[in-house]
Ligand binder design. Sequence first.
Ligand SMILES: Cc1cc2nc3c(=O)[nH]c(=O)nc-3n(C[C@H](O)[C@H](O)[C@H](O)COP(=O)(O)O)c2cc1C
Length: 190
Amino acid sequence: MTKKILILSGSPVKKGNTATLVKWLMEGIRSRGAQVELVQTAFLKYKSTGCTSCRACQKLAKYECVIDDGARPVLVKMAGADVIVMATPLYFYGASSQLKLVMDRMFSLYKWDNQAGTMQTPLKGKTLVLIASAFEDIGLDVLEKTFSITADYSGMKFVSLLVPNAGESGDIKHKDSIHKQAVALGRRIA
Ligand SMILES: Cc1cc2nc3c(=O)[nH]c(=O)nc-3n(C[C@H](O)[C@H](O)[C@H](O)COP(=O)(O)O)c2cc1C
């Protein structure tokens, strides 16, 4: 069956390092004939600066955020994908706020019953892929941990491609070995 791959790219730079890594990943994915969709979270229209913690999603039967803006259909797509790729530059040892805006709204993709101590999510069984680059070689491990814990918690498999010493936006284009790794990862997850 054709795999559905959803990529959330969290860089505000249109032709920077994250965009290049995503382009290379898509090269690999497409070579295997998988279905791939790219969402640039920096350019969605939002009505709130992240999850408002209103908890209204917890009262719905479906997995949907009640805030009707650009993030809502993306969250629905996440529930329907086989593989979710999150691509981000390292910003102060974490994900970019442009990606985090959507990530926190993932609250709507879980249903918790705190009395019973249970949690259900349509993310279970999917694969989460992290692609991240940084100028230095410090902190990508910290970033990776937050994503790998989220994957574990959600019952997802986890894969990552971390690129330290990536330089400034656009510099990564000249790194052939990273190109090969990104294409290979795309083929692997497709
Ligand atoms: C706001 C901001 C914060 C950054 N923080 C870090 C950092 O903590 N550590 C680091 O090594 N690089 C940091 N960088 C550099 C970027 O992570 C790096 O150049 C990345 O490859 C850029 O990807 P892009 O071209 O997709 O934006 C920062 C850059 C910006 C603009």
